[in-house]
Design a protein around this ligand. Sequence first.
Ligand SMILES: CC(=O)N[C@H]1[C@@H](OP(=O)(O)OP(=O)(O)OC[C@H]2O[C@@H](n3ccc(=O)[nH]c3=O)[C@H](O)[C@@H]2O)O[C@H](CO)[C@@H](O)[C@@H]1O
Ligand SMILES: C=C(OP(=O)(O)O)C(=O)O
Length: 483
Amino acid sequence: MSSSSSSNFTNPSTQQQTHLSLTFPKKPTSPSLHKPSFFTPITSSNSIHTKLVVSGGCKLSGHVNISGSKNSALAILAGTLCCSGTTKLCNIPNVSDIRTMTLVLRSLGVEVEVFNGEMIVNTDGICSVEPCDDAVGRFRAGFFVAGPLLARFGEAVIAMPGGCDIGARPIDIYVQGFRALGANVELRERKLYTHAANGKGLVAGRFRLDFPSVGATETLMMAASMADGVTVLSNVAQEPEVVDLARFLNDCGASVDGAGSNTLVINGRKKLHGPEFSVIPDRIEAGTFLIAAAITGSSFSMSPVIPSHLTSVIEKLSNAGCHIIQNEPNTLEIAAVPLETMQSLQSFNIKTGPFPQFPTDLQPQTMGLLTMCKGQSIVEELVFEGRMSHVRELQKLGACIRVCGSTAVINGKGQGSSLRGARVVANDLRSGAALVLAGLASEGITEIEGVTHIDRGYENLETKLFCLGADIVRKSSSLATQL
Ligand SMILES: CC(=O)N[C@H]1[C@@H](OP(=O)(O)OP(=O)(O)OC[C@H]2O[C@@H](n3ccc(=O)[nH]c3=O)[C@H](O)[C@@H]2O)O[C@H](CO)[C@@H](O)[C@@H]1O
Ligand SMILES: C=C(OP(=O)(O)O)C(=O)O
């Protein structure tokens, strides 16, 4: 492996030897590849102060369109690195994490064209195996590119990932998995250096994950898709996004069996080709809107949705008193009990866990709802040890919540009492969504800061809620005005 900052690198698709620049970035080659509507620069929160201002008490109605899955699209964009030629992706959400992934890909020399929910990716000009540190450090999925780079080019150098601050989020399972596929791995100064130990490419192996990590499953699945021989990965994640990535890889010519079960059998292929592919709808966004209906006592519909991706959530909300039905394919209608009536929603308990258990990415929003249900509930966060930052903010709205470790006990207000608006801060993506929903159900005005977290994963959240009838606006001002 090249431990220096550069090496000679032959791009196997073009057979051209390139001086591998292990420093960012290769400049994009065609100006037409930039579409400003999508590529609004990520705003520096130092210069612009943005907040969402919600005036509570409105009922929601109508229909909301659900965007493509952020987490599925991110993994699949990493997966395009396995493919020679051009890949066309559809149903890509316009969220800042996708823009960050585009920066990661471009820093490797990939051409990316973005237009109106579609992305065209061409990897033939790849000239680096070291993505831009700054971009990788902004989100979790940046790290996923290590798998395809290692598989296709035999090496990768990658900074430690960022992502929501919800726990330690180590990378030990990725490292063990790479080693099981014949890679040498070294960690130095917060960077991972890895290369195929035989100097050629990865070899198949058998590997059991200590925990069914979504990202490690996806990264190792991509790596094994181009390893020599048949790899068996066990105790893998079964999330719909993992299944979507397997479907994508198979469309590229890979052989991935067992996606959706706890074992993957992957027959490595020497070369994969980019297909045209559409990502699944975002189950977390759909779940957030289901909870928005429940917390405001409203009725509306949403599509496209794959209801089987939301079974655990639909079951909990239905038991609490919501009516959720599917009259048309890929459409859910929810009718929630008005919270001001004597039959306000009943409290319920949740324990988060790997799919098909209750999704951790809906835990904060659900806790917001539980503060309005009748009776006591218990929320156990069993995936991320630090995913409780919303509790303090919900308390500012008047919620009655006690936390002990990973467990929260919520005494719901029920029967017509409500939270009171206040200034709150989103500390991560889903806690931001939880605060928006709580604001919709609070008396008076709630101001939510930390909006850049929300923008990482929700496409036009406030516009979608506004169109359903919510009183919500985004307010931006320069910091100078604030001071
Ligand atoms: C971009 C993306 O898809 N993010 C999702 C992905 O994150 P991500 O892939 O990071 O989540 P993981 O499934 O890996 O994490 C689950 C647990 O495993 C632990 N762990 C993980 C890897 C490892 O090497 N060692 C280790 O101990 C984590 O600290 C955590 O406690 O799945 C999470 C769980 O559904 C979701 O909340 C995130 O929205
Ligand atoms: C935790 C999330 O994202 P990430 O893994 O990128 O931090 C999320 O989408 O809720």
